[in-house]
Design a protein around this ligand. Structure first.
Ligand SMILES: *Cc1c(COP(=O)(O)O)cnc(C)c1O
Length: 482
């Protein structure tokens, strides 16, 4: 039922109700030039301060976030972002830096930039990083531009094809296409790993490289990775690692050791920047030794005891103005320094333990297409008993009624009813147990009362949406709602 406080703030307006009043003195302090003054008053709601507080508090609770409840959205790594990281990133010494001020006056920020580059190199086993790209997909584009520049420099520009397995994240083929490559999609094995036969068939002297996610989107570690990298390198191609979700590997394994030449890392997934609302993000790109000269600018270099903005010799250029999203590196830096080398291993171990715990606790009721040990995430293929017609979409919607965010659904595309679950390392056993309990209740409802699941959600602010219409015809203005 709608309450008074579900009402939009414009409808609460009562003429002359006042929340705050400027005094003559405040107004004189502002002293705006005559041409900027309003001719008539703005059409604002007239409400009390208390109405405003209630309005915004209520609005803030209409959404779901990792701070309101468990958020097992696979491939998104929705972990807790410690508040101290936000606080340090907004210290005025950082947030008031002007992009054009001289290097000598911002040594602290440049040191953070440099040390973050170095820590990412160590974590991933690659030689050097540029923090410039603004998101994961932007880092992919940077990496692919580097692949292109490398082959062109070797007078090998007929290499215009990128191999991508069909289990890959959608941004991989999109970035490759934007970069002007032709995409060769290869079918995966049943567990989402690379089919060696399919790979060998497409290797040729037109291959620029292979893009791979490891562990793959089904949460399976690519055990043939050394063989794969040998094959691609022998064919003259480069290996691109999609490191958007680095959780499972942290402190345990390095893409560089697996033979990867290039990677991007999503600082806003693995390294604790809040995400999900569209940014800001950061997708640093790292490369092996022979590709360092192509990195995007700027790169921060250390000369003696001072830090400077440097440029790569054959750089693909700047992908964004100035430094990239500095506040995101500062958060990643604080996160890494807080954990330290000793504790970073626990991130991977706990993320993997939590995912396996949920998987094994539910596989009697949900279809598990890939049995065995998973990494930081895994995929169910709908309910085991699908006789009542309850689908993955229905289960996802029903979970909202119980106060849980839905898993990623219908991705990866290799299964028809994919439900991709990633708990991350930060959730307690109690949280996992209560989620497991609700998943079991929903599976039972699907048999005993399927309609309640098929018509869910029932308790949310909006009911089941026409998702296509919501994207194609969004209503963003208050006036249109009426
Ligand atoms: C999230 C993700 C990306 C894209 O990252 P954005 O920052 O959203 O552009 C790429 N690959 C994988 C596997 C991802 O999970």
């Amino acid at each position: 039922m709608k309450t008074h406080y579900d009402t939009l703030i414009f409808d609460l307006s009562k003429e002359s109700r006042i929340g705050y009043q400027y005094t003559e003195k405040n107004l004189n302090e502002v002293n705006l030039p005559q041409n900027l003054l309003r001719a008539s008053s703005a059409d604002l709601p007239e409400v009390s301060e208390f109405d405003v507080v209630r309005h915004f508090t209520n609005v803030s609770q209409k959404n779901f976030g990792v701070e309101t409840g468990f958020y097992p959205l696979g491939s998104c790594t929705m972990k807790y972002n410690p508040k101290i990281n936000d606080e340090l990133a907004t210290l005025s010494g950082f947030s008031n830096i002007h992009p054009l001020q001289p290097d000598s006056t911002m040594q602290g920020l440049l040191q953070i930039y440099h040390e973050t580059q170095e820590m990412l190199s160590e974590i991933s086993g690659l030689k050097a990083y540029s923090l410039n790209p603004f998101a994961g997909a932007h880092g992919e584009l940077a990496g692919l531009m580097i692949i292109k520049a490398y082959h062109e420099k070797n007078n090998d520009s007929k290499r215009n094809k990128i191999i991508i397995p069909d289990s890959a994240h959608g941004t991989n083929p999109a970035s490759a296409t934007v970069c002007g490559f032709d995409v060769i999609e290869i079918k995966s094995n049943l567990d989402g790993t690379v089919n060696m036969h399919a790979l060998k068939e497409v290797l040729s002297d037109e291959i620029a490289g292979l893009m791979l996610t490891n562990p793959n989107t089904a949460g399976v570690f690519e055990k043939d990775i050394l063989e794969i990298s040998k094959l691609v390198h022998n064919a003259g191609g480069l290996l691109y690692y999609d490191g958007a979700n680095l959780n499972a590997l942290l402190g345990h394994a390095k893409p560089g050791d697996m033979g990867f030449d290039i990677t991007h890392i999503n600082l806003h997934k693995t390294f604790s920047t809040p995400h999900g609302g569209g940014g800001p993000g950061s997708g640093p790109v790292g490369v092996c030794e022979k590709l360092v000269e192509f990195l995007p600018n700027p790169i921060v270099v250390k000369n003696g005891n001072t830090y400077h903005l440097g440029e790569a010799k054959d750089s693909i250029g700047n992908l964004g103005l100035f430094y990239g999203n500095a506040s995101v590196y500062i958060r990643a830096y604080v996160y890494l320094r807080t954990l330290g080398k000793e504790n970073i291993k626990d991130v991977g171990s706990l993320a993997v333990l939590n995912a396996n715990y949920i998987k094994d606790s539910l596989k009697d009721l949900y279809e598990l297409p890939i049995d065995g040990h998973c990494m930081h995430e895994f995929v169910f293929d709908g309910l085991k008993d699908s006789s009542t017609g309850v689908k993955t979409l229905d289960i996802a919607k029903r979970l909202l009624d119980y106060g849980y965010h839905a898993p990623t659904i219908y991705f990866p595309l290799i299964f028809h009813q994919s439900m991709m679950i990633e708990p991350t390392e930060v959730e307690s056993k109690d949280t996992l147990d209560s989620f497991i309990n609700i998943m079991r209740i929903v599976a039972k409802e699907a048999i005993e009362n399927p309609d309640i699941v098929k018509t869910a959600p029932h308790n949310t602010i909006v009911r089941r949406l026409d998702e296509v219409k919501a994207v194609k015809n969004p209503i963003l203005k208050y006036k249109d709602i009426k």
